[in-house]
Design a protein around this ligand. Structure first.
Ligand code: ADP
Ligand code: MG
Length: 336
């Protein structure tokens, strides 16, 4: 449905997006996750044809956006970060206007009635947009994106600035729309993406650094083999004993969770399985190992760690070894 190949974007000398590749199938709901300034809006603006690309190719349902912008754009409904609302218009009047602008073919009244019902704004259709709450305005933004019934919806930070109740309503709306649309939404907030999307694309400093399910991202990172151990022991002695185990990089005491015991966070050197060595050391000191578990990273930890590390380090963590050397060199020498 959407295919992006070697996409780069320069603003003057600044390379805002670098060699991004991904493919999205019909019916998927994808989350673009990344800190502010990562390049999410830039990519979305390119996908929707609002911004030209510097290098690469974007295909929407087989149509190259540079060659067939009309055919490509017809298939996309776009809710930009700041929705293009005319606040002195009434809701219905505005949607009629967008309908004309998009040159939609469906019967006008029935089509707009249906959208008003779908996003639940039929009760405010005769109100001025400027008198609506932020939550309602956002739904009017959704309504304009839905006019013409595009297969694909691109939603840039759709819940930003909303209160918790409005956020839940917009989430539910996205879930409803997800039944009949392919959706890409962006956010810099992990929990937002996690609540709605199965697949997550993490963008950091203009590069795509991860493209996976939330579950897999978590798993891949926790394969760094960090352990949590509960040991019947004296804290200080055991800290010392564990720190000198071969393959152990760092031991942190997590304190006393149970009488006469102590919990430890044990981090191995790169990719080392230290379970047996830790077990042996505890036994050789005559102590009891009560439990030993791997410290599954939460997705929040994954995200923080990924966006803090440099992008090459991230690829190593995620086991994606193809550094984009050739493309990168091309992009950097490319004239604007
Ligand atoms: P995000 O949506 O992830 O917050 P953006 O795509 O808006 O990120 O921005 C990516 C980078 O490109 C930022 O460093 C931003 O300052 C820069 N940028 C965005 N738009 C422009 C522009 N029109 N001219 C110059 N730089 C821009
Ligand atoms: Mg943005």
């Amino acid at each position: 449905m959407i295919k992006v190949t070697g996409l780069s974007k320069r603003y003057g000398n600044y390379l805002a997006v670098e060699d991004v590749n991904f493919e999205i199938k019909k019916g998927e709901i994808i989350g673009f996750l990344g800190p502010n300034g990562a390049g999410k809006s830039t990519i979305m603006n390119i996908l929707t044809g609002y911004l030209s690309l510097t290098q690469g190719k974007v295909e929407i349902d087989g149509f190259d956006i540079a060659e067939y912008p009309e055919d490509a754009k017809k298939r996309i409904g776009y809710l930009p970060e700041i929705p293009p609302l005319y606040i002195d218009m009434k809701v219905r009047e505005y949607l009629d206007f967008i309908y004309d602008l998009k040159k939609v073919k469906f019967p006008k009244k029935a089509h707009i009635d249906e959208i008003l019902r779908l996003v639940k704004i039929d009760n405010v259709q005769n109100r001025l947009i400027k008198n609506l709450s932020k939550g309602y305005r956002q739904r009017v933004g959704f309504a304009q994106a839905l006019i013409g019934n595009p297969d694909i919806l691109i939603l840039d930070e759709p819940t930003v600035g909303l209160d918790p109740k409005q956020i839940i309503e917009i989430r539910n709306l996205i879930a409803r729309l997800g039944k009949n649309h392919t959706i890409i939404l962006s956010s810099h907030i992990l929990s937002e993406i996690q609540a709605i999307c199965k697949r997550i694309i993490i963008i950091n400093r203009g590069q795509l650094i991860a493209d996976d399910s939330a579950e897999n991202l978590s798993k891949k990172l926790s394969s760094d083999r960090t352990l949590v151990a509960r040991i019947e022991c004296n804290e200080k002695d055991m800290l010392e004993a564990l720190s000198s185990v071969k393959g152990v990089a760092k031991v942190t005491s997590l304190g006393k969770k149970e009488e006469g015991t102590c919990d430890f966070l044990i981090e191995p050197e790169r990719d080392t399985d230290i379970r047996s060595a830790v077990f042996d050391r505890v036994v050789s000191r005559g102590k009891k190992l009560l439990s030993l578990s791997s410290n599954m990273a939460s997705l929040e930890q994954v995200f923080l760690r990924l966006t803090e590390a440099d992008n090459d380090e991230v690829r190593r963590i995620l086991g994606q070894n193809e550094a984009p050397t050739d493309h990168k060199a091309d992009a950097e020498t490319q004239e604007v």
